[in-house]
Design a protein around this ligand. Sequence first.
Ligand code: 5GP
Length: 195
Amino acid sequence: MTLPLSTGQSGGKLIIVSGPSGVGKGTLLRRVRQTGLFPLVMSVSATTRAKRPGEEDGVDYYFLTREDFLARRSRGEFLESFEVYPGGALYGTLTEPVARRLEEGKWVILEIDVKGARQVLQTFPDAVSIFVLPPSFEDLEKRLRGRGTESEESLAKRLAQAKSELASADEYKYRVVNDRLDDAVADLTAILKNC
Ligand code: 5GP
């Protein structure tokens, strides 16, 4: 299945949201979806990483074995796919569910890393790109530790990755600082009203 040539044809929009792990993208997006102002749906990515407690297959991610992921990739089923952390799990966006939701006129949110965003923007330059920033790097480290879902090793990887991702924020059309959640929700809402 291919994506509609113009994402605008059906009223659908492709919205890329990136930002370092722990910055609060999930909470922010949930709050904006709850306003009901926009026909937003989250794209469910595929990953080879282990499921965290409370995560559900088909809801948070499609949890695939590496073998299955690679087979699908070689069949061209991904819009983009990357090893987000060097030497780590694979993550990717499956084309078919995204195309289906765009045809339904939905605004599809891709919560993906910087490499994935670049790839999608090459194919869809009219996708809306938004980067979520922490108020400071120290704040990000505090949040990531507070979440308590990562081992020290995984935490170190995520923080190193965050440093390099933050340097790419200027490549995005819009930036939102997630300091006070209510302000970030208002900022993101204003962006979506105008995009
Ligand atoms: P986590 O393991 O914390 O769920 O996700 C780690 C990072 O992987 C997220 O910050 C997100 O940006 C990135 N990610 C999640 N899904 C995808 C995807 O489908 N493609 C790409 N390129 N990155 C993804």
